[in-house]
Ligand binder design. Structure first.
Ligand code: SF4
Ligand code: SF4
Length: 477
């Protein structure tokens, strides 16, 4: 019996695979081929453009909207105040932000289970800015075929002018994006004056520069690479799909066998001649921003933008065939099975979403527009006053979260004869005050070294009150 274990060389045969043996290990990463996206018109593209313009207008205009003497939306990080129209939130209320993020996540899950990656195709900032940059490219360099031709040409003054103009406009959009983004954190009316006069804060220049480069590279150069290789959502959205999820699909049963034919051949005649409805014109591939062929089936690169639907519908119209060879449909519908819209998983997400929105709305509505923190002076246990009383010192932080000024009455309770040296504090709207307060009691009131007391802050002109517990330290007699 041989002592050798029989082995077999399974390295791909370079001759059989038409590939040099060294290259077998070198092809781990596919080189990128530039995608020249063809512009297409259609109902879904009108919908997508409307959504894109609405979102961009909201993004660019919101920081300019005034609210009293401040911007309506202003995340004031140094001041630790987050203004959203009439409401002001403080870091202590970050619980609400967590809720909001959880609601957004569940909203995304719900939409994905229901209609696939419509978020990606219609509203994701990466898609919105990429489509804008492609639109600029189209206006300056021409249609898809012209762009391909232009890129193959050697550099000429005409090509240099068009390329330079395109990059200048891309950079201008990227700069506007950076300034607007920073404008959510620094009042934008001041920012646009301070930036060119070099009076802005160093961090403002850094973040404007960062978002300028980020936008220019992502929307101008990387484009579909961000969706395919960098976006985590693209990776896990597949697990949320089921056979009833609305997806962009090619109807292979209707389209195959594909192939060109004379336009004069009517639909019925083409069918009788053994043709499917797909004329293999490749238009659905040319309009795809991620460069895939939807006829190969559902792929994770598909961002559900429906450009291929509009493209194919225009071809079907020209051929006189019924629309919908590529359409929004479900796996079940394609297989001739009924589609279940109200299914348990979707209902589960909807129920969770509704509950969370309800709780969030209740938390916001029930929110007391007054922040009150009490901190006992730690360096000193207690003091004796000149008139023989025992006193403790507290630092109070009062945050008026309302949109009008208030005068608050301050009271303390929990010990007989407990008095404060301050009884009132006035705080402007959306502002805060810190004050040091002395509480004192007669010595006979102390029967334990540490007693729990309560400080109450109440607005004099509104039904707003907050109570905080603290401790009073003294010496028993
Ligand atoms: S396959 Fe169609 S829907 Fe998917 S990304 Fe391409 S064009 Fe958009
Ligand atoms: S656009 Fe329609 S007809 Fe043309 S190749 Fe794509 S699926 Fe076939």
């Amino acid at each position: 019996m041989s002592e050798k274990i029989p082995t077999r060389d399974v390295t791909p045969d370079p001759v059989e695979h038409h590939t040099p043996r060294e290259a077998v290990t070198q092809q781990m990463y596919a080189s990128r081929s530039h995608i020249y996206v063809r512009e297409i018109k259609g109902i879904f593209q009108r919908l997508r453009r409307a959504s894109n313009w609405a979102l961009m207008l909201a993004f660019f205009l919101l920081p300019w909207v005034p609210w009293g003497d401040r911007p309506a939306i202003w995340f004031d990080l140094p001041g630790r105040e987050f203004h959203i129209f009439s409401a002001t939130f403080y870091p202590q209320e970050f619980m609400l932000l967590s809720w909001l993020l959880i609601i957004c996540a569940f909203g995304l899950f719900f939409i994905t289970v229901f209609a696939g990656r419509v978020w990606c195709g219609y509203t994701c900032p990466q898609s919105v800015w990429t489509f804008l940059f492609i639109w600029v490219e189209h206006r300056l360099e021409g249609s898809r075929n012209r762009r391909i031709k232009l890129d193959r040409q050697p550099m000429t003054p005409h090509k240099l002018w068009r390329k330079s103009a395109k990059h200048a406009i891309w950079l201008t959009i990227a700069l506007a994006t950076g300034v607007t983004f920073v404008g959510y954190f620094t009042p934008i009316r001041d920012l646009v004056v301070e930036l060119p006069t070099l009076q802005a804060h160093g961090w403002s220049y850094f973040w404007v520069g960062f978002f300028l480069v980020f936008t220019y590279l992502n929307a101008g150069w990387l484009r579909e690479q961000v969706c395919i290789y960098m976006c985590p959502y693209a990776r896990f959205q597949g697990v949320m799909f089921d056979a009833d999820t609305l997806i962009v699909s090619y109807d292979a049963a209707r389209g195959e066998p594909r192939g060109p034919r004379k336009k004069s051949l009517g639909h019925e005649q083409a069918r009788a001649a053994g043709h499917g409805d797909c004329i293999d014109c490749d238009l659905c591939v040319q309009v795809c921003p991620t460069g895939i062929d939807i006829r190969d089936g559902l792929q994770y690169e598909c961002i559900s933008c429906a450009a291929c639907i509009d493209a194919c519908d225009s071809v079907m119209d020209k051929m006189g065939y019924p629309r919908g060879l590529i359409r929004y449909t479900t796996e079940n519908a394609l297989e001739g099975k009924p589609t279940h819209i109200l299914r348990p998983r979707l209902m589960g997400y909807l129920a969770a979403l509704l509950v969370m929105v309800g709780v969030f709305a209740w938390a916001v509505a029930d929110r007391t527009p007054l922040g009150f923190d009490v901190e006992r002076e730690r360096n000193q246990l207690y003091q004796m006053t000149r008139d023989g009383r025992i006193s403790n010192v507290y630092t109070l932080t009062v945050r008026n979260l309302d949109n009008r000024a208030h005068v608050y009455r301050l009271e303390a309770s929990g010990l007989p004869g407990l008095t404060l040296d301050t009884h009132e504090v006035s705080v402007p709207a959306s502002d805060s005050r810190q004050l040091v307060v002395q509480a004192s009691v007669p010595p006979e009131a102390i029967d334990r070294p540490s007693v729990e007391i309560m400080l109450r802050l109440e607005a004099q002109d509104a039904d707003i009150a907050v109570e905080r517990d603290s401790r009073f330290i003294g010496e028993t007699r």
